[in-house]
Design a protein around this ligand. Sequence first.
Ligand SMILES: Cc1cc2nc3c(=O)[nH]c(=O)nc-3n(C[C@H](O)[C@H](O)[C@H](O)COP(=O)(O)OP(=O)(O)OC[C@H]3O[C@@H](n4cnc5c(N)ncnc54)[C@H](O)[C@@H]3O)c2cc1C
Length: 532
Amino acid sequence: METDTVIVGNGPSAMILSYILHGHLPFYSENPPHPDPLLDAKLKDAPNLLNADVDALTAHFAASRLSYSTQALPVNVLLDTLVRPSVDVDETGTTSNVEWRHVPEKAVSHLVFGKPSYPGGQWTEDPHGASWDIQTLSYAAMLSLPGYSFADHHRKATGQELPPYTRPTRREIADYFGAYPVAVHIDDVFRCGEELEGISRTADGFYIQSHNIHCKRLVLASGIFSELLPPAPILQPILQTQSRPETSLLVIGSGFSAADAIISAPPDQQILHIFKWSPADRPSPLRSCHQRAYPEYAGVYRLMKRAALAADATKDQPPKSRRSTSTPFLENRKWDDVYEGICNVEITGVEVVDDLAQVSFRRADGSTLTRSVRGLVYAAGRRGTLGYLDSKLQSEVLGHELVDTAITGQTLRAKATEDLQVTPGVHIIGSLTGDSLVRFAYGGCVSTAGHLLGDRDTDREARSMASSIVSTRPQSSSLAVMNGMDGHHIYPNTGSDLTREDTFNKVSTMTIPAAAQSWWKTLAQMWKDLTQ
Ligand SMILES: Cc1cc2nc3c(=O)[nH]c(=O)nc-3n(C[C@H](O)[C@H](O)[C@H](O)COP(=O)(O)OP(=O)(O)OC[C@H]3O[C@@H](n4cnc5c(N)ncnc54)[C@H](O)[C@@H]3O)c2cc1C
């Protein structure tokens, strides 16, 4: 079989790209004008976003009175602000400066392959057994795809308007992504439940051994969350034990997946939570979750902090007296009875007898302790892999010989900053680029589609020369990686503290109105209280 382009992965970025490759072309829509008058002026006469001159359009962003992200790739910041220009004051995202014009004759033949049985990529997978009713980190508008928003889906499914500031559940987003290809009529190219393997370069394109397919161009949208980091061999026997409420479930990890496991456990489930605690140099990503926006994650962070402080107190000094405000999350379970947190310990032994594991730990000071557990959630991170490419093509994509097959948001970041076509004919989109949020997937998809549809100059040399001439952006701003999903660095290379709140709010394109400013002040103060 032959096709022009194959997309590996069926997550949100693959869906956005497929939508464009079906001939839905993005144009700047100046009614109403974008709140940034300079950007509006630059785009008025050159509205075709497929061949947008990103450097010229974003050159003023750093000095703008609007608060543009300095962490995401410029093309991603550009499309994000155009797709959702007023997201801070109009969270529903109904106003957009992007008009999708259907030009079917521009369509590019392509196929989308995804391991999961339904479209949606990692959203359809649940490796940690977390509840499907856990709310997403993003608001609905920031998870919406072009042509059929989450609000449209909600209206269709329930007959009701979506309330503002909705954080949908994982189940609702999985349903939405699952329904999206049919809703926008792009389902003809989706091949779900199919894993591509053995992809190699040929004289005029690529060959996919697992499916006997030839294609001219390849788009990698396989993400950075497909592989779970496996527990160390010493922990393996615990996986054979069955969790029961009255015996502690062992949860290992300090990020969102560990928190998800704790939140999802039955209310009477005993939990033993083992985590790293090093707020000064490697704080948990949960630290950035404010209790109003993310009460459950902030609640788990509090439990961890309490446990860490209590451990300190027993070591040398009593805990500082502090104002301890409770929250509905902390009150909805008898956490003191069901949760035990232990930080910075090494696991030295595991012995399983009759479906009960005795686990021995050693603290940094050499003291030891033992606990009985049943069941294990090992949530120490997720990675991607390019193992579906043959080793020659992997080395080409990575730009060096293969040493480590685990792919994080950092792995291809420097290459993505230079060019999303990481080697001739191979493009990367989505979280592989290092910007893992759905809102930031648009830019990479539009830019890649520009090349695939032939709207851009495809001469790599000319493009990289151009980017070296015009790019005056400090390296740190574009190399730093956004956001704090598990397995994803959340701290920019500058060493400054990029918090979850940066992730979700620095990307505002509006000057913050007075009311919101005071709201933010309050939040900032509460944040200080929480972390002091
Ligand atoms: C727990 C968690 C919560 C998150 N919450 C949010 C949130 O609230 N908001 C937000 O914006 N982002 C969130 N993210 C970030 C997430 O990266 C994005 O939402 C989004 O899923 C990225 O999309 P993607 O297109 O890069 O690919 P992914 O969604 O990662 O999907 C890629 C798919 O490709 C498949 N694949 C890999 N190799 C192959 C192969 N050889 N053949 C076929 N298929 C293959 C993988 O199995 C995977 O299903 C979260 C991530 C995690 C892990």
